[in-house]
Design a protein around this ligand. Structure first.
Ligand code: AMP
Ligand code: MG
Length: 337
């Protein structure tokens, strides 16, 4: 691992919602000079789609439709969503499509490996803090303890007849849904024959192919202290998912204290593991998303243990004191600001 001590990013970027993309200004696309862009709001975030090459425009139209479909299926709040059906089935099995099974299985795998740092059954606690209704509040300890009784990913059964959660247990795929969506969308774009593409769903970025000039993509990591413009550094990647989880992405303040949306399932409180953000680089969008949330909860030391034990991804950690730590596999591709 490499540690950059007390790195304070000061570089101003025009816009840095979560992760910013740099498209090389000197890029010359030698094929059909079709570049298509599309923006939409879905899954509670701004989604930006960029694609190069033949069929780009038509491909992005289909992709936008697909994202809306996935939103309907994976939302906790849409009455007819698959997730809502699971949460209101009172312990009965609910047959679901791969769009639920794939992210759910990935999430359960990471839950097992992280000792429950990622836990899709933490939803009632997320609700109690007001992160779903946006009616924010600080729950009493006793309320959190009562809610935590039902929080345990081991309560979920994924069987031949569908997904079963006991009465009172509720799931929320919010920690993996955007990454799953970017994975699906990138597969669609590849199949449609586009030359290169970037999809960005809030803090989730995933790329297809190469930039028009054949070079790799540059993805900026937001400075958690200055998310509206600052960057901590840039990553140069080929085809990959680059996903950031951070307390700065969604939070509210009470009595001068900040409370963010990533909950430590062992306490019911916002995770306080010494990290401001975690960025995962991984071939699979769903895993990148799940891992960024899980490792944020685990904290640097346990996250590095996870990396060593299971591998399959690289990471950039920004600690509370501003220290930036990168895993060895990113030594040549991460450039601090
Ligand atoms: P992300 O933005 O991908 O890090 O995921 C955070 C979202 O996942 C939150 O908005 C909650 O809906 C949900 N969530 C919060 N904490 C956890 C957790 N420990 N495990 C699983 N999901 C969580
Ligand atoms: Mg996540």
């Amino acid at each position: 691992m490499s540690v950059i001590k007390n790195k304070k990013a000061t570089t101003a970027a025009a816009l840095c919602l979560a992760v910013v993309l740099f498209f090389c200004s000197c890029g010359i696309y030698k094929g059909d000079d079709e570049k298509s862009e599309k923006q939409l709001f879905a899954m509670d975030t701004v989604i930006e789609l960029t694609s190069y090459g033949k069929n780009s425009e038509a491909a992005l139209e289909k992709v936008a439709e697909k994202i809306k479909e996935l939103e309907k299926e994976l939302s906790t709040t849409e009455e007819n969503s698959a997730v809502n059906k699971i949460n209101t089935a009172n312990g009965k099995a609910v047959a679901v499509s791969g769009n639920v099974l794939v992210p759910l299985r990935a999430s359960l795998d990471i839950s097992e490996k992280s000792g429950g740092a990622l836990d899709v059954t933490v939803y009632p606690v997320v609700k109690a803090w007001g992160f779903i209704s946006k009616d924010y509040r600080v729950p009493e300890e006793i309320e959190l303890m009562r809610l935590l009784d039902k929080v345990n990913y081991k309560n979920i059964t994924v069987g031949d007849t569908g997904v079963v959660v006991p009465s009172g247990v509720e799931i929320d795929l919010g920690s993996v849904a955007k990454g799953y969506a970017s994975q699906v969308v990138c597969e669609m774009l590849k199949e449609s024959g586009v030359e290169g593409a970037v999809v960005s769903l809030g803090g989730n970025v995933q790329t297809v192919g190469r930039k028009p000039d054949g070079s790799k993509w540059r993805v900026a990591i937001c400075d958690p202290d200055n998310p509206d413009g600052g960057i901590t550094g840039t990553l140069t990647v080929g085809e990959a998912a680059v996903v950031t989880s951070g307390g700065y992405q969604r939070f509210f303040e009470r009595d001068g204290k900040k409370y963010h949306h990533i909950i430590d399932p062992s306490t019911g409180n916002p995770a306080d593991s010494g990290l401001k953000s975690v960025t995962i680089v991984c071939p699979d969008g769903t895993y990148a998303d799940g891992l960024s949330t899980a490792l944020f909860v685990l904290g640097l030391e346990k996250a590095m243990d996870y990396h060593e034990k299971y591998g399959g991804f690289e990471a950039v950690f920004v600690s509370d004191d501003g220290t930036v730590t990168v895993t060895d596999g990113l030594k040549d591709s991460f450039a601090p600001s």
